[in-house]
Design a binder for this molecule. Structure first.
Ligand code: FES
Length: 152
């Protein structure tokens, strides 16, 4: 593996660990270390997903949310203070939908038994859940919101 490949791998690992907040930051970091194809063109090398457009930014005002159904999973795309996030619409406690569960800061509360999860990372904040919920990549380009294509 070349030095450039190693640097890119480190950056991607930082992204996966949540140290880089967005795909935009990820791409900017990668561009510091290379002068050729975009991350999209190299996605296969790093197993980055395809993205699918889900909405315009004006479709999800701050505090709002929409749902998107894929073949095997439904996700919620949320706007929290102007930042967009995507989480599974499925509580890990008892498989209840998170649906329109209340949001406090970056925490979403499951309507069924009150488990709370961090929208940014999926981490459990409150029992009775003990397992994190899945979160998915989101990017905004030219006013369009894209999320990972889970049917990919
Ligand atoms: S199903 Fe969500 S807390 Fe029980």
């Amino acid at each position: 593996m070349s030095r450039l490949d190693e640097e890119e791998r480190e950056i991607l690992e930082a992204f996966e660990e949540g140290k880089l907040q967005s795909v935009k930051n990820l791409d900017a970091e990668l561009k510091k270390h290379r002068d050729y194809a975009s991350i999209t063109a190299r996605k296969d090398k790093f197993d980055l997903p395809e993205f699918v457009k889900v909405a315009r930014v004006e479709d999800i005002p701050s505090g709002g949310r929409i749902w998107r159904e894929f073949e095997y999973e439904t996700v919620i795309i949320l706007n929290v203070d102007g930042e967009f996030y995507c989480i599974a619409d499925l509580c890990t406690h008892d498989d209840g939908p998170l649906e329109d569960g209340p949001i406090d800061g970056h925490a979403i509360e499951c309507p069924r038994h009150g488990a709370c999860f961090d929208i940014r990372t999926g981490a459990v904040l409150t029992l009775p859940a003990t397992v994190a919920i899945p979160t998915y990549l989101v990017k905004v380009e030219d006013g369009d919101i894209y999320i990972e294509n889970l049917d990919d």
